[in-house]
Design a binder for this molecule. Structure first.
Ligand SMILES: [Zn+2]
Length: 206
């Protein structure tokens, strides 16, 4: 593998490519224009992501306010006076760090890092949660070493009773897992549909 190449899943990268990015340079004209209402001309942005109000604080720092989903999103326009280029940075409404660009997501503007964190915490879909629960209950009954303990394509109906367990207890626990497995599959198939399309599913059933 050549150096500098990264394979596998990188949450941040995977998500940010889906969103429109606005670069700090977009705001450059606003450093010298009169304060007031403006609109970014971009066909990729929603109305809420386009309309802004330009203001200035008592220290002479200019900032813009977007009203997205009825909430204000404040982005400061900051020149880096340390460098000769006078590069313009915009601050992320969430972490307030200076960024070269921000991403437009459905109800916000945010930097790559904040969006990455946001989606990392939300990316576990209900069927994934259910799968985790099923695997956990299976391990409680059959142990971590059981060959198919993580295999969702194997169902537990015929798995053996652990020697030390009473039949009644075992059946209760196993039936609970079977019940969850029944809930799991329609959810998993629905998700595969949205990820790969119906075509993928029917192809694999044949
Ligand atoms: Zn941020």
């Amino acid at each position: 593998m050549p150096k500098g190449h990264h394979y596998g899943r990188t949450q941040t990268r995977a998500y940010t490519t889906e969103y429109h990015r606005i670069h700090a340079n977009v705001f450059k004209p606003l450093l010298t224009t009169p304060l007031g209402s403006y609109s970014i001309s971009s066909e990729f942005l929603s109305d809420n992501h386009r309309k802004l109000i330009l203001k200035e604080n008592e220290n002479g720092v200019r900032y813009v306010i977007f009203t997205i989903n009825e909430k204000p999103h404040q982005i400061a326009l900051k020149r880096d006076n340390r460098s000769a280029s006078n590069k313009l940075y915009i601050t992320c409404p969430y972490c307030h760090k200076q960024r070269q660009s921000l991403y437009a997501i459905k109800y916000a503007y945010g930097c790559r890092q904040c969006i990455g964190l946001h989606y990392a915490s939300q990316s576990e879909r209900p069927n994934e949660r259910l799968m985790r629960r099923i695997r956990k209950l299976r391990k409680e009954l059959w142990g971590y070493d059981w060959p198919d303990v993580n295999n969702m394509f194997e169902q537990v109906a015929y798995w053996p009773k652990p020697k030390w367990m009473r039949w009644k207890t075992f059946e209760q626990k196993r039936n609970k897992i079977t019940e969850l497995e029944k809930q799991y599959w329609p959810m998993a198939v629905a998700q595969m549909d949205t990820m790969f399309g119906k075509h993928f599913i029917s192809e694999h059933q044949n």
